[in-house]
Design a protein around this ligand. Structure first.
Ligand code: PEP
Ligand code: MG
Length: 883
């Protein structure tokens, strides 16, 4: 086995298919080199070495030294420069590159190969003393930070003092002599802090940097990023060593980042930023405000500084051609890093560009319409979970706005929340259930947990490709970046803008689509569901087999669900209807009644209310199946818990407070989730289910008579464990149906079925299917009862379980396919054996989770049912599962 793969100068040991081995960056550098694009020569040390490095106690095998020497020789051969040789020194960059990009998470060292001798050679070779010493100064500073892990504050301070001493404000005002003095000071700082002189041997420098890149894989921020993005720790990173090209060699040099299409809106327009006379990280770090790539973008923004198209028209034209080559080659929107060294263009990176959900959708649809990809590929390109970003409200354009600042529209969507100035507070307040907006001068990778906790992110500095912007887009958080008029003091927890003060806890609204920052909360409007969204959904509907229903219990929910494309209601939980004002008293009277006659009297008062509930739902869902679940939760949930409420409730229900307390105590259970709930209520108080069934059939006939389109009620019995329970409950329902049909002189079609949400029910599904006409997998309870983990208390320890790899994901979010999934599969099989046409669905939360939906497809369920806002996610996920 070998670990070093070369690229550039007509050689490519790897290609874009080798991402697992070479990391994304290494694989694409090799690929770009192989299609003839200008890539500085270099080599990649594979991810396999990262694993070996850790296995062997953070040491390199001897064989790697020879391979790296050959890699360096390759670069020397192509460039004609020599590593460590004063006369014509080769400088290299050393960068990390994992399989998937982890923006800002890993380490980079530039200008490696400079020492007291080569700096002189570089000055001579470049005929630019200032450039050489500035490069050396940057190198020491980066190396001290990344490899030696010294406090970078001291170096920045030294730089500031050097400027102050000379009365300068810009780094660029320092001349070669100033920089020489600064280098001497930096070396002194290294020696003082590190205890040894700055390494002069270029090979020591190289191995130090390679070790640091591998080391950064296990840094705290990398670990957090991996956890948030489900990236396995054993993937490791590759290391790319590449000849330096310099964007900081005067005004014919530049460095930039670009997207082949707009990553925020998805428009087909080159999009990017560049800086003249600057080095790579300057753009990403957001230290200097970059210039636009295209003239149109500059004009739209009303910016003065010339765009690249205007300032360097020839190189720009070449770059635009490279964009087209890359898009046609990769058939996807690319995110690119480039450098111009004295008018010569060099490509440093390409990868599939991260994009907002809106852009992902538009780009997928556009590319399919352009013939670049198929409809199926377009479907596969959009992450269903990301659709969430599009389905939520945006700011009402007509609502009054108290705009206090404007920044860049870095990541779309609107968010309101309480202002916090640091990531830890963001996380804490969010855990307490508070919506927060994280406000920072600029964000760094250390802020990532706070960005995740926040509803939105606002920064005073940084461009569209700054850390805040890139990370927020990836997470789907609205973000406004570079709002330059803000003056933020994180220490004093205050932000000043236009003569106003905003303090921690004050409410702020940001609009990531316009860049506006507003005081207070602003009204929102529903999202637009036509256009690209509608197109992609239509393509998805053509290929999916699974039907998609919604969990909905009000006419409003049902309307939302239908707008989102639901093909029925998969779960209407009736208990919430019992809590409504005006009914809860009758419900309590029913619970408090001492005999059946008393209960029936109370239920008679509930009947018309329930009937009108169902009429409302059936009207919206006209002609579509509606699964209504009969009462499920334990009765004591309907009684008061607070002392203060007892008197009021007793008076309203017409009983004395003592009776109420005794009944509440009687109903108390130690494990209510395993207690007197579900069909156990129906078995003990069949009159409750009888009333509900009657309400359903009366409503169905009312709607059928009025509209002509009869709804198709599917009456569902919860928490069944045995066939006998279902037999008894089905008899109650059928009797109610017969009674209503004969009273009204007409019938409607209906089904009676059951939830499968207990392991016993799954095991005995064959038998239960003799009675049940459909099964709906209640995977919330099925997960709880199979794992023996309370769905209400799991949060306390499930985090640790996921972290330690006991479960890959929270099993209440993504189905435990191995365990709970096996029960689902087995129940489906046994149910079908008894009743081949049995209707099978899922209505637990998993019905809206793409990975769980993929599983439902393999088991061959008939439908999934998800909350209304997740219906489109489910439609797309179902289509992807069918591809
Ligand atoms: C379930 O248990 O999966 C289910 C859908 O029912 P509920 O969440 O109401 O218990
Ligand atoms: Mg349940």
């Amino acid at each position: 086995t070998h670990y070093v793969y070369r690229f550039g100068g007509g050689v490519s040991d790897g290609g874009k298919g080798d991402k697992n081995l070479l990391g994304g960056k290494g694989a694409n550098l090799a690929e770009m080199a192989s299609i003839g694009l200008p890539v500085p020569p270099g080599f990649t040390i594979s991810t396999a070495m990262c694993a070996r490095y850790y296995e062997e106690g953070e040491r390199f095998p001897d064989s790697l030294r020879d391979e790296v020497a050959q890699g360096i020789a390759h670069i020397e051969g192509v460039t004609g420069k020599r590593f460590g040789e004063p006369a014509n020194p080769l400088l290299v960059s050393v960068r990390s590159g994992a399989r998937v990009s982890m923006p800002g998470m890993m380490d980079t060292v530039l200008n490696l190969g400079l020492n007291d001798e080569t700096v002189v050679g570089l000055a001579r070779a470049a005929d630019d003393e200032r450039f050489a010493w500035d490069s050396y100064r940057r190198f020491i500073q980066m190396y001290a930070d990344v490899v030696l892990e010294l406090d970078h504050g001291a170096f920045e301070e030294a730089l500031e003092i050097a400027k102050e001493d000379n009365g300068f404000t810009l780094d660029t005002e320092l001349n070669a002599d100033h920089l020489k003095a600064l280098v001497a000071e930096y070396k002194g700082l290294v020696e003082k802090e590190w205890g040894r002189p700055f390494p002069q041997d270029v090979h020591d420098q190289l191995w130090g940097a390679v070790g640091a890149v591998f080391g950064s894989w296990q840094s705290e921020r990398a670990k957090v990023y991996r956890r948030l993005n489900d990236i396995p720790a054993d993937w490791g990173t590759a290391v790319n060593v590449q000849a330096m090209v310099f964007g900081n060699m005067g005004d014919t040099s530049a460095t930039g980042v670009a997207f082949t299409r707009d990553p925020s809106k998805g428009d087909r327009a080159y999009y990017g930023e560049f800086l003249i006379n600057a080095q790579g990280e300057d753009v990403v770090a957001g230290i200097r405000t970059p210039q636009y790539l295209t003239r149109t973008a500059r004009e739209e923004a009303g910016a003065k500084a010339a765009s690249m198209e205007e300032a360097m028209p020839e190189v720009y034209a070449q770059l635009a051609q490279v964009f087209d080559t890359l898009e046609n080659h990769y058939r996807d929107m690319q995110d690119i890093e480039f450098t111009v060294e004295q008018t010569k263009l060099w490509m440093l990176q390409t990868r599939s560009g991260k994009r907002t959900a809106k852009a992902a959708l538009k780009i997928a649809v556009d590319m399919a319409n352009e013939g670049l990809i198929s409809h199926q590929e377009a479907i596969a390109r959009v992450d269903p979970a990301a659709l969430d970003q599009l389905l939520h409200p945006t700011l009402d354009p007509d609502a009054p706005r108290d705009v206090i600042a404007k920044g860049l529209p870095a990541s779309p969507g609107a968010a309101s929340g309480a202002v916090v100035f640091d990531a830890d507070t963001a996380e804490r307040w969010n855990a307490d259930g508070k919506a927060v907006i994280l406000v920072r001068t600029e964000t760094s990778p250390e802020d990532i947990h706070g960005m995740h906790a926040a509803r939105g992110i606002l920064t005073a500095r940084g461009g569209m490709t700054s850390h805040a912007a890139v990370v927020a887009r990836g997470m789907g958080r609205p973000c406004v970046s570079g709002a330059g008029s803000l003056s933020i003091s994180a220490r004093d927890k205050v932000m000043r803008v236009a003569g106003r003060e905003v303090r921690e806890g004050d409410i702020l609204t940001i609009d990531g689509a316009t860049g506006e920052v507003m005081a207070g909360a602003v009204a929102t409007v529903q999202p637009e569901l036509a256009g690209d969204f509608g197109t992609l959904m239509a393509w998805a509907d053509e290929v999916r087999r699974l039907k998609v229903r919604a969990n909905a219990e009000t006419p409003d929910d049902c309307r939302t669900a239908r707008e989102f494309g639901a093909e029925g209601v998969g779960l209407c939980r009736t208990e919430h209807m019992f809590f409504e004002a005006g009914r809860i008293t009758a419900v309590r009277q029913m619970i408090l009644a001492s005999d059946e006659a008393g209960r029936r009297a109370a239920l008679d008062r509930l009947l018309p209310e329930q009937r009108s509930d169902f009429v409302g739902i059936f009207e919206v869902m006209a002609g579509l199946p509606v699964t209504i679940r009969l009462l499920d939760p334990p009765l004591h949930e309907f009684l008061p818990h607070e002392e203060a409420e007892f008197a009021e409730v007793a008076a309203a229900a017409g009983v004395d407070i003592g009776t109420l307390k005794v009944r509440a105590a009687e109903l108390h259970e130690f494990n209510p989730m395993l207690g007197h709930r579900g069909c156990r209520l129906g078995v003990t108080y069949p009159e409750i289910y009888e009333m509900q069934a009657r309400a359903i059939f009366e409503a169905a006939i009312d709607v059928a008579e009025k509209s002509g389109a009869a709804p198709i009620p599917e009456v569902m019995i919860p928490l069944v464990a045995t066939k006998r329970e279902l037999d008894l409950m089905k008899a109650v329902v059928d009797r109610a149906a017969q009674a209503v049909f004969s009273e009204r002189g007409r019938t409607v079609d209906y089904l009676v079925g059951t939830m499968i949400e207990l392991p016993r029910a799954a095991l005995k599904a064959g038998e239960i299917a003799e009675t049940g006409e459909f099964f709906s997998f209640g995977t919330n309870d099925l997960t709880q009862t199979t794992l023996g983990v309370s769905r209400d208390d799991a949060a306390r320890f499930l985090g640790a379980y996921v972290e330690q790899g006991i479960y890959a994901k929270d099993p209440f979010v993504s189905l435990d396919v191995d365990g709970v999934g096996e029960l689902v599969e087995l129940a489906a099989e046994r149910g079908r054996k008894t009743r081949p046409d049995i209707k099978l669905g899922i209505c637990g939360e998993h019905g809206g989770d793409p990975a769980s939906i993929a599983f439902c497809e393999t088991v061959g369920l008939d439908y999934v049912s998800a909350s209304p806002y997740r219906v489109p996610i489910a439609r797309l996920a179902a289509a992807q599962a069918a591809l």
